[in-house]
Ligand binder design. Structure first.
Ligand code: G6P
Length: 612
């Protein structure tokens, strides 16, 4: 995600900030910029592309002694493509700021600010924030203006803000996006992530939602944005160094990204479905309701983990919207001379937006004239440029080669699309929609609950990490999740793992079952096929194999047949399946670690496969 770094102190602030930006590079970015106040006026230097380009633009200024306050930013596009004009910092009058997060009500604020005479020069949601603070600054001092402005924002933000008339001051404020204050000897840092400053100090103060840090060379104060009252807070000592700081205190990017899922899901929902909403915001899919109504068939293509999300999407779209869905692997689809017709919707799912086979399939579909939609995590990617319309998952950059949080956000995107299509087709009454929407809004907290119980999964991993074969079984929408669980395990630990529909076990896989091959079942307690899966479990047990179970409620009958059980919070059958993916990710992670594997960069695999 975007990275923020601000510095106040005696060192050459421009070099400290550029150095901090480089330390945030690992998060992924597409443009960068800095702002400082020189001879009484705000200067911004911004550039699309690498930080080295920004350094080039700063020229000798960077090496010159400059000790005023500086803020800097690396951007990962969410609103508006990667370009100089969309890069941060953004400026309005005497206000300049950098932002991490997504403002949900930026359209309505933009309208209001335009009516007030503000001109917009970027496509970002961020620009409304600096205009808003600028507007309030007409009547209020800096701090008050920030408080008033953030009071009008809906969504997520971490901000570092400067005012031309107060060149020594940086204000940091946050809601739902991280912001941490680094406290050194006579110097202060404000950053989205401690890795940007840990080379200078390990004393840090993490801001909570609704808190604001006002930082000057003399010190800092923390106040509540709501009432302006001071908040009593002291810095803590960070128990880790640079490497772990980049990973948010986790040992590996994979674990960090598994932990980012509640945030990634909340961001993917943001602005697309609100509390009390009566429909999904279709603008986000670029599909007018009339067009959605007319769709007779959906074709989904993807590779790897994205294909598994696509398979799950089939269950969601068919069962909610009653539109038939065909799912194919991109490399198969492109060479099978597929039949495409005018009233079909073709969906390419791709985290990176650059996978060669997926792009080729997408191009083929476009050529045939069907409506195409890309579900991707990367704005400006080849898939985003190629498709007629795009839905952006907002997982943020994923560094671990094995997809985790982006799988989860793809599931959320498909769920939203299925709900939207169901509404358009008249297949989901308002009451049902409300319930389904509520389930989605509760998803981040439910993932959080699973993560808080990760030691349970670690124990299961400790008991089984020496096995060389695993079978993952599920039915209905749990089957693609079983496939994803098996893929995660084989990618991360090099254990041979297969995913199967549980009903198919008797047609082959059962021949492999013995005491050395654990079978992991995914079984929601309300499943209509529970008895059938219980029989499968008995079949496995009678062959002396270990049975592991992921379910969603206490069940004595199931406990009796299982050798290891993990209970996820209950949800509807679609999101219940998404929740079951989390313990499977943890299982793969812990087994990989116990086997001494490089979980972030497994052998022979690439994050993005841009060749055939
Ligand atoms: C590679 C990655 C997988 C990913 C697949 C598809 O194989 O290792 O994790 O699922 O590509 O990538 P995409 O970016 O198109 O989703």
């Amino acid at each position: 995600m975007c990275g923020i770094i601000g510095y106040i102190g005696p060192k050459n602030s421009l070099s400290v900030v550029i150095d901090g930006l480089k330390r945030l590079e690992y998060r992924g970015y597409d443009s960068a910029g800095v702002a400082f106040i020189e001879e009484g006026s705000i200067k911004t230097v911004r550039s699309a592309g690498k930080i080295s380009r920004l350094e080039g633009l700063l020229g000798e200024k960077k090496s010159r002694e400059f000790s005023g306050a500086v803020i800097g930013h690396t951007r990962w596009a969410t609103h508006g493509g990667p370009s100089e004009k969309n890069a941060h910092p953004h400026k309005s009058g005497r206000i300049v700021l950098v932002h991490n997060g997504i403002i949900e009500n930026y359209q309505s604020l933009k309208k209001k600010l335009k009516a007030d005479g503000f001109e917009f020069t970027s496509e970002t949601d961020t620009e409304v924030i600096c205009h808003l603070i600028s507007l309030h600054s007409r009547n209020l001092p800096f701090e008050e203006a920030v408080r008033a402005a953030v009071g009008e924002l809906k969504g997520a933000y971490a901000l570092a803000i400067m005012h031309e008339s107060e060149p020594g001051k940086i204000i940091g404020v946050k809601k739902d996006s991280p912001l941490v204050l680094g406290v050194g000897e006579g110097e202060f840092f404000i950053s989205s992530d401690a890795s940007a400053f840990i080379a200078h100090t390990n004393r840090a103060l993490f801001l909570e939602d609704g808190e604001m840090a006002v930082v000057t060379p003399e010190g800092f104060k923390i106040i509540h944005t709501g009432n302006g009252e001071p908040a009593a807070k002291n810095p803590c000592i960070l128990p880790f160094g640079q490497g772990m700081a980049e990973k948010g205190g986790h040992k590996h990017f994979m674990l960090k990204e598994i932990h980012e899922q509640p945030r990634a899901v909340a961001d993917t929902i943001r602005g697309r479905l609100g509390r009390g909403a009566e429909d999904v915001n279709l603008e986000e899919f670029g599909l007018p309701v009339e067009e959605l109504k007319g769709i007779q068939k959906v074709i989904i293509i993807a590779c790897g983990t994205s294909w598994h999300a696509g398979l799950a999407g089939k269950y969601m779209i068919e069962q909610m919207a009653r539109i038939p869905v065909e799912v194919d692997i991109a490399s198969e689809f492109r060479y099978r001379d597929p039949i495409l017709k005018g009233n079909e919707l073709f969906i390419a799912i791709t985290q990176s937006g650059e996978t060669a086979d997926t792009l080729a399939a997408l191009k083929l579909a476009r050529k045939s004239g069907v409506k195409t939609l890309a579900i991707t995590n990367v704005i400006g990617s080849a898939a985003a440029r190629e498709a007629d319309s795009v839905f952006f998952t907002r997982g943020g950059p994923e560094i671990g080669v094995a997809s985790t949080k982006t799988f989860m956000t793809q599931m959320v995107g498909l769920y939203l699309l299925a709900m939207a299509a169901a509404r358009a087709k008249g297949n989901m009454p308002p009451e049902q929609f409300k319930g389904m929407a509520q389930d989605l809004l509760e998803l981040p907290a439910k993932i959080e609950t699973i993560l808080s119980r990760k030691p349970e999964m670690e124990k299961i991993a400790q008991r089984h990490f020496k096995k060389e074969h695993f079978l993952f079984l599920g039915r209905g929408i749990d089957y693609p999740v079983a496939l994803e669980g098996a893929l995660k395990l084989k990618e991360i630990s090099y254990i041979h793992a297969e995913g199967y529909p549980a009903g198919e076990m008797k047609h082959g896989p059962i021949a492999l079952i013995d005491e050395d091959m654990p079978a992991l079942f995914l079984l929601p307690s309300q499943s209509a096929l529970k008895d059938k899966i219980l029989s499968n479990m008995e079949e496995v047990r009678s062959r002396n194999a270990q049975i592991l179970l992921i379910t969603d409620g206490e069940d004595k009958e199931l406990e009796a047949v299982s050798n290891g059980i993990f209970i996820v919070p209950a949800s509807n059958r679609f999101l219940g399946a998404a929740l079951m993916a989390v313990p499977l990710q943890l299982l793969a992670y812990y087994i990989g670690i116990l086997r001494g594997c490089d979980v972030d960069q497994p052998r022979n695999l690439a994050k993005s496969v841009t060749v055939e």
